[in-house]
Design a protein around this ligand. Structure first.
Ligand code: 2AM
Length: 218
């Protein structure tokens, strides 16, 4: 019945503690502000505008998508495949409400999304669904947890599910041996361009953020 369905959330995930949200949002904004002033970025701004020579203000381009989190399992209130099995996993029940340290290892930007890559530990991977990557058939060969990320913003009309897909796309290019074009050593780390508006900043020092494993009902 309806009541039974309602007991499954929209999604499970790690929710960044509110004290750290502002800091991460500021870091992301600073990155976007720096990125769109780089000559190398301006050269490719048509990836974002569709028009040559037209500049883009990345801070305006993306809109925030609510509370910062790293989705583990999208359940869609029980409609998503494997939702019930996931909710019943021992690890999910055991760690529900626990605080973890997530490691943000890279920031990435595409014409659709901006996000932070999350590098999961072995302990954190027990909460990661086995099929998160393989729903994208080409990405089935990537290591478990490759899709883990925090959505920092989406372009107008883009749904946040796109952020993880954009990350997988960049990781697949890397796996295929595409080095990308090392553009610049920035204060935060090294910036690489993968074509078609795909930018990745590998952080010199990963950012550690406390995050509570929980769920969102909406
Ligand atoms: P995100 O994890 O990239 O931010 C509610 O929509 C949340 O569930 C968002 O955080 C969103 O993306 C995530 N989400 C939505 N649909 C999804 C799907 N099909 N697979 C995985 N995550 C999804």
């Amino acid at each position: 019945g309806l009541l039974e369905q309602m007991t499954l959330p929209l999604y499970f995930g790690w929710f960044l503690l509110s004290s750290i949200q502002d800091k991460i949002e500021c870091t992301a904004m600073d990155f976007l502000k720096t990125l769109d002033t780089l000559e190398a970025f301006k050269k490719h701004s048509s990836d974002f505008t569709g028009k040559p020579e037209k500049e883009v203000d990345l801070e305006q381009y993306f809109e925030a998508k609510g509370v910062l989190h790293c989705t583990t399992k999208f359940c869609d209130y029980g409609n998503a495949e494997g939702a019930k099995d996931y909710a019943q996993k021992t690890a999910v029940k055991e760690f529900y409400g626990s605080v973890f340290e997530l490691s943000l290892s890279a920031l990435f930007v595409t014409p659709r999304t901006v996000g932070a890559r999350v590098s999961l530990t072995e302990e954190q991977l027990v909460l990661w669904p086995a099929d998160a990557e393989s729903v994208v058939p080409a990405a089935a060969s990537l290591p478990l947890g490759s899709r883990a990320h925090v959505t920092l913003g989406c372009a107008n009309g883009v749904e946040p599910v796109q952020t993880g897909l954009d990350l997988l796309e960049i990781l697949l290019l890397q796996q295929e041996g595409q080095q990308g074009e090392l553009v610049e050593e920035m204060e935060l780390g090294s910036l690489t361009y993968y074509g078609e508006g795909r930018w990745l900043l590998n952080l010199r020092e990963p950012i550690c953020v406390p995050a509570c494993f929980s769920s969102f009902f909406g």
